[in-house]
Ligand binder design. Sequence first.
Ligand code: FES
Ligand code: FES
Length: 158
Amino acid sequence: MQISIQLNGKKITEEIRPDLLLIDWVRQHGCYSVKCGCETSNCGLCTVFLDEKPVLSCSILAARADGRKVDTLEGLKEEAEEFGAFIADQGAEQCGFCNPGMIMNAIALFREIADPTDDEIKEYLAGNLCRCSGYEGQLRGIRAFIEYRKKGGAVCDK
Ligand code: FES
Ligand code: FES
């Protein structure tokens, strides 16, 4: 079947197998930040934005993204790098394996809620498993980034 998807701002039209998963499709196009940690919708590593909303690309067919917009960390570099520095500062980046999924959901949070409560932050990160850090560092990094953004320092504001 033929699909046409705007990936990180670039329109791609091509033939695919109907059973191709979105995670495999984006990786075929060089988006290696999108990783497969579980394949069972449990780890959050495969998070991408589909029409600006975070989705688990391991559980969606590429065909479902036909005619839509898909963004990965590769397309959000400026926002990701700016926020990523706050995560690193708090020692939340240990093995770093969970970071891409965690950052995608944090960016979704920053775009959607100006001043989130701790419960709202936890809700956005609930689908992201981290085996190293205990989540406190990520929470501190997010809070610090929100304070920085309140002072007008962030590029994440839409
Ligand atoms: S690989 Fe998709 S949620 Fe784990
Ligand atoms: S830092 Fe290792 S899994 Fe999160």
